[in-house]
Write a protein that binds this ligand. Structure first.
Ligand code: C5P
Length: 222
């Protein structure tokens, strides 16, 4: 069918999901937000008061959970069973705990299995931390999206203001750095650029410029 797999990895708040969504829409591909899946598990573990260091309990929990994506009028929605958890998984309680939950091997094995299933039909844009290295190592296009931590904190800060959420810039920056550190130094599938990924520094670039350069990379690869 000529449909390919596009893997977009990189540190927190580098703009991965923003560009992945636009690319998927323009190409008529499906978009898989793997971070949302780790967030959904973290949300459920908080709700059911499962100790985030208890890998055994967490993996039992994961097996009971159905995580799905549905297209809403205002973008993609994330569901846990029949509950819409789109907003809930972006709250600080989830964000601050997700790296601890996602570090467990059993959790990653199960989610990687589900992520590959979602990609079997081809024509997928998937974003996360280990897509090019572990989930879809055969992806035709691999992008590693980076930006300075100041710019990432600044973008997040402005997004929050636009949503009416008051946060202070320094704590946002600290949260981003702490999460990147945990994700990059864990034992299982750490955040690392795949050897065959193209590194794109988006510092100072608009969303449109980033989308355009990825489309050029796709053209040259297909
Ligand atoms: O992309 P997002 O910021 O929503 O991801 C939340 C967290 O989920 C990351 O900080 C990381 O701990 C985990 N994650 C992961 N592997 C992925 C995607 C996300 O470990 N493929």
């Amino acid at each position: 069918s000529g449909k390919i797999s596009i893997a977009i990895d990189g540190p927190a708040s580098a703009g991965k999901s923003t560009v992945a969504k636009i690319l998927a829409k323009d190409l008529g591909y499906i978009y898989v937000d793997t971070g949302a899946m780790y967030r959904a598990i973290t949300y459920a573990s908080l709700e059911q008061q499962v100790d985030p260091s208890d890998e055994q309990k967490l993996s039992e929990l994961v097996r009971q959970l159905t995580i799905s994506f549905k297209q809403g009028t205002d973008g993609q929605l994330v569901f846990l069973g029949d509950r819409d958890i789109t907003e809930a998984i972006r709250q600080p309680n989830v964000t601050n705990l997700v790296s601890q939950v996602s570090a467990h091997k059993e959790i990653r094995l199960e989610l990687v299995r589900r992520q590959r299933q979602l990609a079997t039909s081809g024509g997928v844009v998937m974003d996360g931390r280990d897509i090019g290295t572990a989930v879809l190592p055969q992806a035709e296009v691999k992008i590693f999206l980076v930006a300075s931590v100041d710019e990432r904190a600044e973008r997040r800060y402005k997004e929050n203001i636009a949503k009416g959420i008051m946060t202070d810039y320094e704590s946002l920056k600290a949260e981003i750095e702490a999460r990147d550190y945990k994700d990059s130094t864990r034992e299982n599938s750490p955040l690392v650029q795949a050897e065959d990924a193209i590194r794109l520094d988006t510092t100072g670039l608009s969303i449109n410029e980033v989308v355009t350069s990825i489309k050029n990379i796709i053209k040259n690869k297909v």
